[in-house]
Design a protein around this ligand. Sequence first.
Ligand SMILES: [Mg+2]
Length: 242
Amino acid sequence: MNGLRLVTLDLDNTLWDVEKTIRAAEQELVQWLAQHARPAHEIYTSSDILDLRNQTLERHPDIRHDLSRLRIEILFSVMRAAQYPVDEARKLADAAFEVFFAGRNRVAFFPHALEMLRALSARYPIYALTNGNADAKRTGISPYLQGAISSADVGASKPDPRMFQAALDRAGIEAQHCVHIGDHIDDDINGANAVGMHSIWVNLNNTQTVDEGSEPGHQVHHLSEVMGAIAAIEATLANNPK
Ligand SMILES: [Mg+2]
């Protein structure tokens, strides 16, 4: 039968404001460093942090897609630069990351995000598909999800087709029965379209423009419009039996 059988869903800047969320998490991390690792705080808040970040990436190119591991290794480099011995540096880096990660998962949902998840999950299985490191369970959205796939799991980031294929394989659904919902025109919309999925572009503040060659199937400016876009895709599929 024709019709949608799967939804894949971007998280950052689709369900919540990621810049706002990360800014708050960074502030908590910096405060924690000031209290628990003063010499590291000085380095972390100086321009040296950029070099440490680049050096960490050079040393561990394999964790480029794993933002949590990357951040832990950067924090470890900061602790070492602050002269903590290896064991203590490792412990402090883990503890500092935990402070950041708690904040990173205290997300600032966009209006109607949870209502949309409720409505979508009543009709379709949903897989989160993210290049970021949000933890679905800790953000509170896991009851609506069938699964979550991150770039850290796949070893590649959207728009790489391997990300979309991983969700299709996991769900056992073909691309033409899947719709991807996301805010990023290249990573989400062009990426999904390239593997033959339907797509809904979440363009909330209407500031993004479409490059030539991009064809967002459907566009919404508020998450309350997503179910309407889904209905439009279903209607098209019903009228075009293959
Ligand atoms: Mg996004």
